[in-house]
Design a protein around this ligand. Sequence first.
Ligand code: GLY
Length: 334
Amino acid sequence: MNRRKFIKDASLAGIAVTSTVTVAACASESEKKPEIAATVNVDPVRPLVIATWDVKKSTAKAWEVLYQGGSSLDAVEQGVMVEEADPNSMSVGKGGLPDRDGNVTLDACIMDKHGNCGAVVYLKNVTHAISVARKVMEDTPHVMLAGDGAEMFAYKKGFQKENLLTEKSKKAWEEWKVESKYKPIINIENHDTIGMLAIDKNGDLAGACTTSGLAYKMAGRVGDSPIIGSGLFVDNEIGAAVATGLGEEVVKTVGSFLVVELMRQGKSPQEACEEAIKRIVNKPNSNYKDFQVGYIALNKNGETGAYSIHEHFSVTKHQANSNENIKSSFFNKG
Ligand code: GLY
């Protein structure tokens, strides 16, 4: 489908193709990818989906759901499932990098427009951690299941047992074992936790977050990604935020909740992401030069923001006329 037909179809489907004034330089002004900055929308932009990193196939899948009138919850689940299923994606799902003992353990959470949420931590042998998290949300009275309990629950719900350690990730682990250096790797292959936020045609928000966690972590280590409020937070009255990077630092500031609360206080998504990063880097004795954290955020109007500590974080944004990976602005200019 060409772009013109796509826009025409979007209008026929009653999907608003609205003008957005972006404060940062736009692509036509520069050959470089634009840095995302606060956007001022003339009308609410919806539907719309954003995700951490360069995951255009995932946002395209989520967009397909939204375009067909699906909910933001279905969109974010199906969107991140694309990355979870990709064995070449070494930070989520099948093919994710293992812990130091060679076990791939997944963390994920999902949150809907009602504030319902579900999460799994330390899940082994099941590719689609996000879908197990959704089942926890919808089919149990709980918010989080861990380890063997989460795995047994997944099998009861019909998920298949799979070996998640691919030859590629096994080889990377064996190479790591030679020196066994335990240190966060900034922007690991420019691709870390996949977080996705969407607003559907009804203006309802949802979010999903999925990861294999810190590469070569200690057995049992869990990061921010499955922790509601840290890795992800959605408030359907205000907006949503999701984090990527070193989970320990996100947890210490309850980062995604903080971003949403800052939006509640009147900040734009961009300003809120920047303030949340500043909370991390401005801590006394912060060693922020050694790790990366990035946030993306979306508010009820379809305005978006992204900010990270270091360069090379990016956000993928799919709206009616484009599916674009956009370089994030960042704190550490050296
Ligand atoms: N943000 C992913 C993790 O730290 O596990």
